[in-house]
Design a protein around this ligand. Structure first.
Ligand SMILES: Cc1ncc(COP(=O)(O)O)c(C=O)c1O
Length: 386
């Protein structure tokens, strides 16, 4: 049974007027169809949230800090703590040196990381590559942070020479690195071990590194070689999207940070009997349950298998595109396949995100070889690339 059918069985709700019900039904049918044709965005569709649907009857709110007691008790903060703890272990945070919460998405986690960095180093300069997600410029603007854009390589990874040269000029100012662990278009990953090496060469002793692992937070831990991006590699904070690789019907995410950084900004709020450590006050109580379900369903072994599946199908897609004469490539160990954009009708049909004549497929765990074949058949019919 799909969630829509389940919700319509709830007792006690006033019936909708017939035309309103019809509109909802039409929308539902349209969205089901649109979901079938979904290859261009990194959104896993194979979630199963039936066991938490009944929580929609409750005014859930995880207001405030998930680790501090609150007077608002219609919450799921106990489950949220388990989700954050699972992520902290996966991202190699030591003992109880970490803190985190379930966010509204990767962008909020990135805002949080930058906010912490600004509170610690108000005069710091943020360095980020030109392949960084568009929301980050807005975040830096909101926070009023000084920032410098660094060149990106074709892969999407930051250009270390440009970073080194730029840091050398500003050695007197604390650098705040906004590292991409999977860029939006090509899934390029910045190597924070290399960045730390540059700090060492330039005798920079104070710094902050935020990892934007929106897509790859639950992928990179299972790759060999393991990319340098997490707490053991020297990150100060990490943001992950929940609705991307993990999968959720509601946008969400997880942000983690070193606890001693967060302690510097915590303020006690009497009204909620809690700490004001999160970006928003009221917070979603359903998404922690959805992420908790995914973690229980897959466990580390299941996530590892999902990664292996996506990598295998991504390689298959890349080879098939080349076989039909379309220029296609992917970064090592990436689930994103980049290729010359097809015509607008196919971009629209398969919802392909496209920029500068390039499109990408993001091979999420629910994508099968059969779906790739239907896409390939459409491309062949359409006459291939532009
Ligand atoms: C690299 C990167 N960072 C951040 C985000 C923003 O994440 P969200 O959509 O979860 O806010 C995205 C989204 O596509 C992304 O690709």
């Amino acid at each position: 049974m799909r969630l829509g059918d389940l919700l319509s069985t709830f007792e006690g709700s006033a019936p909708l007027a017939a035309q309103d019900q019809e509109r909802l039904d039409r929308l539902y049918a349209h969205l089901c169809q649109q979901t079938e044709m979904f290859l261009g965005y990194p959104v896993a569709k194979d979630f199963d949230c039936r066991s938490v649907a009944r929580f929609l009857e409750l005014p859930l709110n995880n207001i405030g800090d998930p680790f501090a007691p609150s007077t608002y008790q219609v919450d799921t903060r106990e489950f949220e703590r388990e989700v954050v703890e699972f992520a902290a272990r996966l991202l190699r945070a030591e003992g109880d040196t970490w803190w985190g919460y379930v966010t509204n998405g990767g962008s909020e986690g990135n805002l949080y990381g930058l906010y912490l960095a600004r509170e610690l180093y108000p005069q710091g300069i943020v360095y980020f590559s030109q392949a960084t997600h568009y929301s980050v410029s807005k975040n830096m603007h909101l926070l009023g942070m000084r920032h410098i854009m660094i060149r990106a390589q074709k892969s999407g990874e930051i250009d270390y020479e440009d970073l080194r040269a730029t840091l050398r000029i500003h050695r007197d100012v604390t650098p705040i690195i906004f590292a991409n662990i999977g860029t939006t278009m090509t899934e390029g990953k910045d190597d924070i071990a290399k960045i730390r090496q540059i700090f060492a060469e330039l005798a920079i002793s104070q710094s902050y590194i935020h990892s934007d692992a929106a897509l790859c937070g639950f992928i990179a831990p299972f790759l060999a070689p393991r990319p340098a991006f997490d707490f053991a590699d020297g990150a100060d904070s990490i943001s992950i999207s929940g609705h991307k690789f993990i999968g959720s019907p509601i946008p969400c995410g997880i942000v983690l940070a070193l606890k001693h950084h967060v302690d510097r900004i915590a303020r006690s709020i009497t009204y909620i009997g809690n700490l004001d450590t999160t970006i928003t006050g009221s917070r979603n109580g359903l998404t922690p349950l959805i992420l908790w379900l995914a973690i229980k369903r897959y466990g580390e072994g299941g996530f590892r298998a999902r990664v292996a599946h996506s990598l295998e199908v991504a390689e298959y897609a890349c080879c098939r595109l080349r076989e039909i004469g379309i220029e296609a490539w992917r970064n090592p160990n990436a689930i994103t396949v980049v290729f010359a954009s097809p015509g607008p009708a196919l971009c629209q049909k398969w919802q392909l995100a496209s920029a500068k004549g390039q499109s990408h497929l993001v091979v999420m765990p629910n994508i099968s070889r059969e779906q790739i074949e239907s896409f390939i058949a459409d491309l062949v019919k359409d006459g291939g690339a532009l």
